[in-house]
Each structure stands twice: as C-alpha cells, then as structure tokens.
Write a protein of this length. Structure first.
Ligand SMILES: [Zn+2]
Length: 151
C-alpha cells in the first residue's frame, strides 16, 4: 500500500480503465488516473458521456474516440471552452507563457498567468471568436497550445 496515485493518493485496488481498458490503480473511492491513456476514472461511473466534467478535460465519448485513434487526451479549443463553462477557470501554455481564462458572471477574463489582463469578453462565444495573443486568433493557434487544463 505504499504505491501512490498522482503522488499522494494511496492505491486501494486495481480497476479496468473506463476508456482504454488498461489495469488502473484507484483509491478507495474508485478515483485514479490511468497510466496508459491519462483518463481520470469517474468513481460513480460514466454519467455525462457528452460533457467535459471533473476531473477530465475531454468528454468520455471524446476520450474513447481519441484513444481509438491512439491520440492523447488533449482538449480541442471547443473542449477547452466546455471545460471553461464547467470549471470556471482554465489555463494553457503558449510560447513558454502561461495564460489563464476565467469565466465569471460578468464575462470571460483572459490574461497571462501573472495577472496581466489581456482581454474581457461578454460570453464564451465571444471569447472563442475573438480571443487573441498578439495578432493571432487563439482558435487559429490552438494546435500549438500546450498543457491546457483546469486551474
Ligand atoms: Zn486508460
């Protein structure tokens, strides 16, 4: 029982990954990250297969499709925005700079990680259409973004 999940959660049992089927260590609540595909097991089973929900950044159906193509569970820009609606705070890295996106009641705040405000948008749709870094639309450079995740 000295093995750890994510560095701090003791392994309780091995389970079959919900996405790729590989043996996956889980804690006593059934939570754990698959070492093969990266899917965080949903301890109560897959309840919202079309939605990006905690603790993953792609939906279950998207994860299944990516794994079937031997692709990593990397969120598309649309997945990122779905995650933003769910988690309210997301982050990503571009050009060795970390960026933060926060979804608040009064809009979507887009800034660098150190708090330098870049842009404010009224809605997620506005953010998707107009968010930019320098003169490049975020939607156009998304393939070069790394480490997109919730905060
Ligand atoms: Zn897996």
């Amino acid at each position: 029982m000295n093995d750890l999940i994510n560095g701090y959660i003791p392994i309780f049992a091995m389970a079959q990954c919900q996405v790729c089927g590989a043996p996956t260590p889980v804690d006593r609540f059934g939570c754990g990250k698959c070492r093969h595909c990266g899917w965080y097991q949903e301890s109560h089973g897959i309840q919202d297969p079309d939605d990006v929900i905690y603790p993953n950044v792609v939906s279950y159906k998207k994860a299944k499709a990516l794994v079937a193509q031997c692709l990593p569970l990397t969120p598309s820009f649309d997945d990122f925005i779905e995650g933003l609606k769910y988690y309210k705070e997301m982050e990503f890295e571009y050009g060795a700079i970390m960026y933060a996106v926060c979804f608040r009641r009064d809009g979507v705040y887009f800034s660098t990680y150190n708090g330098e405000a870049l842009q404010l948008y009224a809605t997620c749709a506005d953010f998707k259409a107009h968010a930019h870094i320098d003169d490049k639309l975020l939607i156009d450079i998304w393939d070069n973004v790394q480490n997109a995740d919730y905060m």
